[in-house]
Design a protein around this ligand. Structure first.
Ligand code: HEC
Ligand code: HEC
Length: 473
């Protein structure tokens, strides 16, 4: 009886099932009074020691119902249209295909996400699962290809670009301090919900502050494991579990924040960017960047396997850039002067065109020199695209991967990185050969040893994927 009350009569069969499932899920929240990211995790949830207070429970349930059912008088979409309770709160191409097969008028299919914005065919979203996001660029960024649809200029002079991006899961949001693929929403889940209601759901009624707080609170109860939930509540940092066999254990070595050395048998390769408790920060042995940065480039945009349209961005440096990397030179050494313009052509420039530190609450300028290393690559003609490192916890159940859904499996991900590391490795071998030619044999050997550690063999691909499937459930 109670369930029926919340199911809007206009829903199709598939929608009704999803809604019932959602209510069951929220029911679990009530029963266990704590976070269950899916009913499969009930055991873990039941084991968690802290329950929500009655007040918090009300907050979470209100948020959950808004998340699943509230359209804000828009285009019929809710948060749950794209962050599917049946798909670990994200949206995979299969989900889109299933929704289309069951009802071509499902709210997933709205003109804002048509093949051509405003149109009525949906072949692209059905194939790649990507959703259109209207990103407002920082005030120091301009774009050449203004067409009034994909690239627009607002009356205040700010450029708005329609980018097609994968829907990340909202599980573990409480632990995510760089929301969105470019980090532009920082930690502000309430503001993020407002942006989503306006952009994706084309809301005609503004969500109230308390509604936004409820939606944020609901999402803050979603974790991929009891260990992460405990960590969010001040418990110990999550650690990498050991593999159950030799293959998984070899795969695990790629995630240890240890020196890159082929001869020492440790790999640490993935940990150069996926380190720290959430596996979303640069590690201590990243050869290019200092540790603890939330952003990096893994060339997803450069490879552009989805063939997304590219635009030309110009970013003017708002302040002098001083060196911040001890590996490059003295800290504080002047590098690039304010006013210098960086130009890049890209399907998705990520953080380079939005405020690079949204977590400080400002609406500041974009910074193409997120780090000196990035800036060195960027100057003077083109820049590498940087995105926030997603956490890997929970990722075994949120395929496909990357901001353009271009890697279908963990094997594809590992092969992506083989391609990613190839040019760096080639240049390191060239450097080693040069050192050998001038008799610097020890230096050459050290460079070779590090470069060898960048190799990803077919066996490594299998090991990395096996470990990830087990450890990042
Ligand atoms: C049409 C599909 C769609 C709808 C509807 C939608 N989202 Fe999203 N959501 C996305 C996409 C795509 C992104 C990534 C956007 C980006 O990076 O620029 C995203 C990002 C997020 C993130 C950040 C996750 C992360 O890892 O950074 C959160 C949290 C989120 N959405 C919550 C919501 C909430 C709350 C609502 C409802 C108010 C909502 N979304 C509605 C597609 C959607
Ligand atoms: C140079 C930094 C860097 C290195 C090294 C690196 N990553 Fe990443 N990783 C990133 C960035 C940045 C993203 C987000 C890319 C995007 O979609 O634009 C990412 C995304 C991912 C994702 C996608 C997660 C999701 O939710 O879509 C997976 C999985 C992943 N990396 C696994 C790995 C593995 C495995 C390795 C080692 C073989 C590795 N990464 C090495 C920077 C790195």
């Amino acid at each position: 009886m109670v369930l029926g009350v919340f199911v809007p009569s206009s829903r199709d069969r598939c929608g009704v099932r999803r809604d019932l499932y959602f209510l069951w899920f929220v029911g679990l929240l009530c029963v266990f009074g704590c976070a269950a990211e899916s009913p499969l995790a009930v055991e873990e949830a039941a084991g968690a020691e802290e329950a929500l207070t009655l007040d918090e429970l009300g907050h979470a349930i209100r948020g959950g119902l808004l998340f699943q059912f509230e359209t804000f008088d828009g285009n019929d979409r809710t948060c749950g249209t794209c962050h599917l309770v049946t798909s670990r709160f994200d949206l995979a191409p299969e989900d889109v295909q299933r929704a289309f097969a069951e009802d071509p008028n499902d709210p997933t299919f709205r003109p804002v996400d048509a093949d051509v914005e405003g149109g009525d065919t949906y072949d692209r979203i059905r194939e790649d699962g990507l959703v259109r996001v209207h990103v407002v660029l920082a005030p120091n960024v301009t774009v050449d290809e203004v067409d009034g649809v994909n690239v627009q200029v607002r009356p205040d002079g700010r450029y708005v670009v329609a980018l097609r991006r994968a829907t990340p899961t909202s599980i573990n949001s409480a632990l995510n301090d760089h929301l969105m693929w470019d980090g532009r929403e920082g930690t502000d889940l309430a503001h993020q919900a407002l942006s989503a209601a306006l952009d994706h759901a084309e809301a005609l009624r503004l969500p109230t502050e308390s509604e936004l707080a409820d939606i944020a609170f609901f999402q803050e109860q979603l974790f991929s494991s009891a260990a992460l939930r405990e960590y969010a509540h001040g418990g110990p940092e999550p650690t990498l579990p050991h593999g159950r066999d030799d293959s998984e254990e070899r795969g695990r070595a790629f995630f240890l924040d240890e020196p890159l050395s082929a001869s020492a048998g440790t790999h640490g390769l993935c940990a150069t960017c996926h380190a720290g408790p959430m596996l979303n920060r640069t590690g201590h042995f990243n050869p290019g960047d200092p540790p603890d940065l939330p952003f990096s480039g893994n060339r997803t945009s450069q490879f552009n396997r989805r063939g997304l349209p590219e635009y030309t961005y110009h970013v003017t440096l708002a302040a002098d850039h001083l060196n911040d990397n001890p590996r490059i030179g003295p800290i504080g050494m002047p590098m690039w002067p304010a006013g210098m313009t960086f130009t890049l052509q890209s399907p998705d420039p990520g953080v380079l065109v939005v405020d690079a530190d949204p977590s400080d609450g400002s609406d500041g300028p974009a910074n193409p020199c997120i780090t000196t290393a990035a800036c060195l690559v960027a100057a003077p003609g083109g820049a590498t695209e940087f995105h926030r490192m997603p956490t890997l916890w929970g990722s075994a159940r949120t395929a496909p991967y990357f901001h353009d859904n271009s890697a279908a499996t963990f094997e594809d991900v590992a092969r992506h990185y083989r391609e990613f590391f190839a040019p760096t490795q080639a240049s390191m071998y060239a450097q080693a050969a040069f050192m050998e030619s001038i008799g610097q044999l020890e230096v050459a050997a050290a460079i070779r040893d590090e470069a060898d550690a960048l190799t990803i063999t077919d066996q490594d691909v299998a090991d990395i994927a096996a470990y990830m499937r087990y450890a990042f459930r």
